[in-house]
Ligand binder design. Structure first.
Ligand code: TYD
Ligand code: MG
Length: 453
């Protein structure tokens, strides 16, 4: 019997070492090495030797190519995040916390791709469970096959027989490759099984979706390591308490990474939300203090979202600053600007900030809405619900211009807002959209206060 061989792997980046080391030389993380069994079936066959192909330098203009043809997934939000559809032969990692809805999303895609034979491989659920879920999601006309299998050799054999146009693996952590004697979900297995599937995708020119779990702490190495191997990394996220789910592209070799897909989890699966502004703004009966609306842009799509602030006298010595969906450091900066430039005493106050709908925004154009919400809450006077904001706030209290202001103004007008507050440096660009909505230019934070209250 062959001797059991082990090696140490970095949980963060997947680097390998023959002995334990405290600091990973490849990613610099401390204490991330764990021991795993690796036993190749044929000892002595070196990977380098077997996969060495002879390539010759080719003039770039002489390389033949066909412009990438995309497969329509019939899921507009997914198409958008992928950059306009599914690219043949690409490997897409769909990561997210357990229970967020990855299996639901992928099964739904598998069921709504008429004309494409999809193989859905599950190592987590039984055929009956998947069938039951498919019933709930509603089955249209489809060509979807279910396989409950975890061995990559068996999966690749079935693929060869079935000849699918797309493959979904749920999840990569359950797969095992026979060439490695380590348990499923271990770093060496994830690396091996993913590279086998990647090889298949590239040679057969078939797209493969890999579902991968990440825990809250990000402690599982798999997805981190996988990110380097795949073409596209999509992250499925959302607050479990809200119905909204966001599909974000973190890496994409075939499109922009700033696109968002928005879904709502319902009893019968995920519904695509094509007009997010409508759901992200709460309809208040009466204006409430501390609530403002920001005209943001995520990817190419303008989106009006609600920011809510609560300012109250600190109960303990050190005031608390807490954000949901917004960067806490950015909030601290905005509070410092308000304190220093416009004399608002916020140093001894607790400040809580919440972006409605469980969304996370990092568009700097949200700044002015945040500042206005904080001011409105601290003096307890509401801002008109027909007013929205789109500007960045600088360190000296200046109101800075933002990109694509025309689009923001036009979206706000479409949704029935009466006034939009922007930087005066954006005025010329925004003018063309001034038919439906009043444009209010401002230059300094102090002016905003005078204007609103
Ligand atoms: P699931 O896709 O199993 O999550 P993951 O694969 O990411 O672990 O989805 C889990 C949650 O989704 C589960 O808590 C129930 C909810 N859900 C619905 O609300 N409606 C539905 O139609 C389905 C199928 C699931
Ligand atoms: Mg699942």
């Amino acid at each position: 019997m062959a001797k059991t061989r082990t090696a140490f792997f970095c949980r963060n980046c997947g680097a390998q070492s023959p002995k334990w080391i405290g600091k990973c030389p490849s990613c610099g993380e401390w204490n991330t090495y764990i021991e795993e069994v690796i036993q190749r079936l044929e000892p002595g066959t070196s990977v380098q030797a077997s996969s060495r192909k002879t390539a010759v330098p080719t003039l770039i203009t002489g390389i033949e190519f066909s412009s990438e043809s995309r497969i329509d997934t019939h899921n507009q939000e997914l198409n958008r995040v992928l950059g306009g559809g599914l690219v043949q032969g690409s490997v897409i990692l769909v990561g997210g916390e357990p229970g967020i809805g990855k299996s639901t999303l992928m099964l739904q895609v598998a069921l709504t791709m008429p004309g494409t034979r999809v193989l859905y491989v599950s190592g987590e659920e039984s055929e009956q469970q998947i069938r039951m879920r498919a019933e709930r999601l509603g089955m249209g006309k489809n060509d979807c096959y279910i396989l409950t299998e975890t061995s990559t050799t068996a999966i690749l054999n079935h693929i060869a027989g079935l000849n699918p146009g797309a493959v979904i693996i749920d999840s990569i952590q359950t797969l095992t490759s026979e060439s490695i004697d380590a348990s499923a979900g271990s770093i060496s297995q994830i690396r091996e099984t993913a590279s086998e599937l990647q090889r298949f995708a590239k040679t057969a020119n078939v797209p493969v979706f890999l579902i991968g779990h990440i825990t809250k702490e990000g402690s599982l190495a798999g997805p981190k390591l996988l990110e380097h191997m795949v073409d596209t990394v999509l992250q499925f996220e959302g607050d479990r308490n809200y119905g909204y789910r966001i599909l974000r592209s973190v890496k994409n070799r075939f499109g922009s990474t700033s696109e968002l897909g928005i879904y709502e989890m319902q009893g019968d699966g995920l519904r695509e939300v094509s007009n997010p502004s409508e759901i992200l703004i709460t309809q208040h009966e009466e204006p409430v203090s501390g609530t403002t609306v920001a005209a943001t842009i995520e990817g190419l799509r303008p989106m009006l979202i609600e920011t809510q602030a609560l300012v109250s006298t600190a109960a303990y010595g050190t005031p608390q600053r807490s954000c949901t969906g917004f960067d806490t450091r950015r909030l601290n900066m905005l509070l410092a600007v308000l304190e220093k430039r416009s004399g608002f005493k916020l140093g001894a106050k607790d400040v809580f900030l919440n972006i409605a709908g469980g969304l996370r925004v990092d568009d700097p154009a949200t700044d002015l809405a945040v500042v206005s919400a904080v001011l409105s809450s601290s003096i307890d006077i509401p801002v008109s619900p027909k007013t929205c904001f789109a500007a960045e706030v600088g360190l000296s209290g200046e109101i800075r211009p933002v990109t694509r202001v025309e689009q923001r103004v036009s979206e706000a007008g479409k949704l029935g807002f009466e006034t939009i507050v922007i930087s005066k440096l954006n005025l010329i660009a925004a003018k063309s959209q001034a038919k439906k909505i009043k444009i209010q230019p401002v230059g300094k934070v102090e002016e905003v206060f005078r204007l609103l209250f």
